[in-house]
Design a binder for this molecule. Structure first.
Ligand code: MN
Length: 483
């Protein structure tokens, strides 16, 4: 917390928000240093180092000025005698609201008992649904706490690491913040299963070393093919998080050596047109694996993710998984929802689609309000966290994204609650199907309705989405059919 460190933070912010006055940021920095002056962390470091680190993450995610100020101030109400009124007077309502939001989350008692935990989480999500920035500050806070976990007692480390892997990493996933998710998982993994972590880390490093040659050859071939064009691009090699590899080993019950994992490469370029042009170049240069191509640019994933995916035979005969995307898509892929707060350099318009993009998250939280028991909430959280999805078409050609395993009932409720309620049957690709039929991508689903027909109790066994489940339950409860 030297003057240079403050200048660096402010300068970093100014690179993506040159038109924003940074006086308040400067003030929040000094204020936080002052009120935390006589506090230290378990590491022995000055307490403010924690606040600064939170602010640095928020700047890295290119968050707006109030969020970064709130990041600097996030522990002032909780851990210092600073009165709320003083924060309002010095920094205004918006920043104070964000700080209070984070403080409220801090006060939620954690219990290892699932039900209580889930209930707290539900409250937290509902309380903060108004402003997702509170959750993003909380995630930055958790990230730094995880990085400094080794200074705590064994029992505390286990508890915090468990909480992080069970709740915060899935939340980051849900928000599309994949880089953060991987980081939180690996930090937890290291503390929860130190031996396994160390083993896997050394094996992965050894493998990466052998793959470097293949990667270099691949890069050179792509460069060569592109030499005559002027398509801007950079190639990044993709490394999976250790925990995701460990998850694969456990799920498939196989040792590391038997896990088939292709070499991953990302090509980042300047425009959508360049993405397709690069895809063409790659496919002319290397033989694509049949059926491996997916176009998430024209049909983005539910969490806003966009990219072209393809797998080709590399120069040495190895399979190479390739993702091609623009810089913008890359930011969304790495930072998810946080990417949408970015200031557009040189543009004064706000992201007009932000509301639309956030809609799915708000809706999701809204559906959760209808779920009565914590167990139900936890289950739906788990289901909705699955990003595997199918795309199903209405007869009119509208596309609905649904989780894998979704049925015509899920589809009906996704189209409209009234259609869901009055559903009596379904046709998929012009054939009659049962209501528990599992929809596949590309299916055209037509719902048959009958006026006056109403939801049945056994429908609850056939639905996969939180939305359909909550609508059906709501109705059954109203009629007194279920408690
Ligand atoms: Mn904190």
């Amino acid at each position: 917390m030297t003057p240079q460190e403050k200048d660096r933070l402010v300068a970093e912010f100014a690179t993506y928000a040159p038109h924003v006055d940074t006086a308040l940021l400067d003030k929040a920095y000094d204020f936080s240093v002052r009120v935390h002056a006589d506090q230290s962390r378990a590491s022995g470091e000055h307490y403010f180092v924690h606040c600064q680190s939170v602010a640095c993450s928020l700047v890295e995610w290119k968050m707006d000025l109030p969020t970064i100020c709130a990041g600097l101030l996030h522990d002032t109400i909780e851990d210092t005698p600073t009165p709320q009124e003083l924060l309002v007077a010095e920094f205004g309502e918006e920043i104070t609201r964000l700080v209070l939001g984070v403080t409220k989350l801090d006060r939620l008692e954690y219990s290892s008992r699932d039900d209580v935990q889930a209930e707290n989480w539900r409250k937290m999500l509902l309380a903060t649904a108004q402003d997702i920035r509170v959750i993003i500050i909380k995630l930055a806070d958790r990230l730094h706490n995880m990085k400094t976990l080794s200074f705590l007692s064994d029992e505390k480390r286990q508890r915090i690491a468990h909480e992080t892997i069970a709740l915060y990493a899935p939340l980051a996933h849900r928000l599309g913040m994949f880089q953060l998710k991987g980081e939180l998982e690996d930090l937890s993994f290291r503390h929860l299963w130190p031996q396994e972590f160390a083993d896997l880390e050394s094996k992965v490093n050894a493998l990466l070393a052998t793959r470097e040659v293949t990667l270099k050859q691949f890069k050179e071939s792509v460069e060569q093919a592109l030499a005559s064009t002027d398509i801007a691009h950079r190639i990044l090699s993709r490394t999976k998080s250790l925990y995701s590899i460990y998850g694969k080993m456990t799920r498939q019950d196989k040792p590391f050596e038997e896990i088939q994992d292709g070499l991953g490469v990302r090509i980042i370029t300047d425009s959508v047109a360049s993405c397709y042009a690069l895809l063409g170049t790659v496919h002319t240069q290397f033989k694509p694996v049949a059926g491996s191509f997916t176009d998430y640019i024209s049909i983005p994933k539910m969490n806003l993710y966009q990219s072209l995916h393809t797998t080709v035979m590399g120069p040495g005969g190895e399979l190479v998984e390739i993702q091609i995307r623009t810089e913008d898509m890359h930011r969304t892929a790495e930072y998810g929802i946080a990417a949408h707060w970015r200031y557009k350099t040189g543009e004064h318009t706000k992201d007009t689609h932000l509301e639309e993009k956030l809609n799915w998250l708000r809706q999701w939280i809204e559906w959760l309000q209808d779920l009565k028991s914590p167990r139900e909430f936890l289950d739906s959280l788990k289901t909705d966290l699955e990003l595997n999805q199918v795309f199903v078409f209405t007869p009119a050609g509208d596309v609905k994204a649904l989780p894998a395993g979704a049925t015509p009932l899920d589809f009906a409720f996704a189209v409209h609650t009234d259609i869901g309620h009055a559903c009596v049957g379904a046709h998929v690709n012009n054939k009659m199907v049962k209501l528990d039929y599992q929809l596949k991508s590309g299916d055209i689903c037509k719902i048959q309705t009958k006026r006056g027909s109403m939801p049945k109790k056994d429908w609850l066994m056939y639905v996969k989405t939180a939305r359909a489940r909550s609508k059906i339950r709501h109705y059954l409860r109203e009629k007194g059919i279920v408690a």
